[in-house]
Design a protein around this ligand. Structure first.
Ligand code: NAD
Length: 437
């Protein structure tokens, strides 16, 4: 089987590489020629564990190819996956211009039947627009060619993307024809040989499933952040509350961690887009409005704790940041809470020394040299008046506190992810602040 994946970002590159890994012949397409040239040389544009090795293995095996031209490969393939970006428009709705551009290119160039699958996160109704756009181009050409559209939202998590794709909890597929259903079953069967969990449904339900899933997860985070903030006020410990409620199987343990707000490329934009979809249909998503509000406030919470600790006297203080990426195991800094924090610290005249195992280049690209990029986590705390733990990378879990205490100007730690033990930190002589107790 031969397929094309359009858009070689986090989702497209992982999807293409994983399909190649199970023996499918894959052509990855991206309009960004720098990206494609780099990939042809074996340079992977994103940080994702295990991806580089898998890309190179499949390129060598001649199953994975890269091109900037969808036109040139379109008629060699049976299925086209569209995994281009759907960033938020100014009003919060998903910008579909890239998705529809791909549809136009397909309509202008297709010569035979094909299945066009949208993998990007797109609002309900997008498949209809994709179908109409392709049909419009076919009509302009005066040709009649059969095609199907399908929706196959992606649930992979950055940082664990290959694992998520190779062994998914489930694969959601929205189809409207038997032919499309058969093609999608054939493609996904190897991933789910022993536990075939492709959930087929109609296309609008598949499109909605992705937004409902991300909005539910964002809701859990904001809910726990609200509970954490209240815990502080009433003298409760959110870590205990978390294990207390998480052991109820109706609630479950996952995604109950309070922190400094969710970020990344998906939750913020998908919550916004679902709110917008509701508005367009005359409905208010009241819970999701509150989820957003709590998240915005939470991004400032560590800064507020810092202000309180130093009685608002922050000018000239040196602040170390451990972690810049929006979560561990990725270099992605889209909507990262660290950006809000850095901005606030610089505005009040602090010097910032930051270290992240993967996101240093990405941070430089975004904010330039306004902060010091440390060589490692110990260099970051040199002469610092406080250290803020922003992203819970594994390597930050068990640092040598004795060394750090000697290195820092003042032994102050603000733990935005609750990874250290309060009692333990205080016994070692640190002023310690965390979230929710
Ligand atoms: P990304 O920005 O990393 O990559 C998108 C790529 O599409 C870019 O390389 C861009 O150059 C390319 N592109 C744009 N227009 C094109 C065109 N006309 N032809 C060819 N290439 C084109 O985006 P991403 O993070 O991979 O996300 C893609 C989609 O998947 C989004 O809708 C996102 O919401 C969804 N999604 C993302 C994740 C995630 O963790 N990143 C997870 C699940 C779903």
């Amino acid at each position: 089987m031969k397929i094309a994946i359009v858009g070689t970002g986090y989702v497209g590159l992982v999807t293409g590489t994983c399909f190649a890994e199970i023996g499918v012949n894959v052509i990855c397409v991206d309009t960004n020629s720098e990206k494609i040239e780099a990939l042809k040389k074996g340079i992977i544009p994103i940080y994702e564990s295990g991806l580089e090795e898998m890309v190179n293995r499949n390129v060598k095996a001649d199953r994975l190819h890269f091109t900037t031209s969808l036109e040139s490969c379109l008629n060699e393939v049976e299925v086209v996956f569209s995994a281009v970006g759907t960033p938020p428009d100014e009003d919060g709705s998903a910008d579909l211009s890239y998705v529809l551009e791909v549809a136009r290119t397909i309509g202008r160039n297709m010569q035979k039947y094909m299945l066009v699958v949208t993998k990007s996160t797109v609002p309900v109704g997008t498949a209809k627009k994709v179908r109409a756009t392709i049909q419009e181009e076919l009509d302009k050409r005066g040709v009649s060619i059969q095609f199907d559209v399908a929706s196959n939202p992606e649930f992979l998590k950055e940082g664990n993307a290959i694992n998520d794709f190779m062994s998914p909890d489930r694969v959601v597929v929205g189809v409207e024809s038997e032919r499309a259903k058969k093609l999608m079953s054939k493609l996904y069967k190897p991933f789910l040989l022993n536990n075939f969990r492709v959930i087929f449904m109609d296309i609008p339900s598949a499109e909605m499933t992705k937004y409902a899933a991300n909005s539910m997860l964002a809701t859990r985070i904001s809910f726990m952040n609200d509970i954490a903030n209240l815990c502080e006020l009433v003298g409760a410990d959110v870590n205990m509350v978390r294990s207390g409620i998480g052991s109820d199987t109706r609630i479950g343990r996952k995604f109950l961690y309070p922190g400094i707000g969710y970020g990344g490329s998906c939750f913020p934009k998908d919550v916004k887009a679902l709110i917008k979809t509701a508005e367009l249909n005359g409905y208010q998503m009241r819970v999701l409005h509150a989820v957003e509000e709590v998240n915005e406030l939470q991004k400032s919470i560590l800064f507020e704790k810092l202000c309180k600790h130093f009685n608002n006297d922050l000018k000239g203080k040196t602040i170390a940041l451990w972690g810049l990426a929006f979560k561990p195991e990725t270099d992605d800094m889209r909507e990262a809470p660290s950006l809000v924090l850095i901005d606030k610290l610089l505005k009040v005249g602090c010097k910032v020394r930051a270290y992240d195992p993967a996101a240093m280049d990405e941070c430089r690209r975004r904010i330039g040299e306004s902060i010091y990029y440390a060589k490692d986590m110990y260099d970051a705390v040199l002469d610092a008046d406080a250290m803020m733990l922003v992203t819970e990378w594994k390597e930050f879990r068990l640092p040598s506190w004795a060394v750090i205490k000697k290195t820092m100007e003042q032994a102050v730690v603000l733990d935005g992810r609750n990874i250290y033990d309060k009692k333990d930190m205080e016994e070692q002589g640190f002023a310690y602040h965390c979230i929710g107790h």
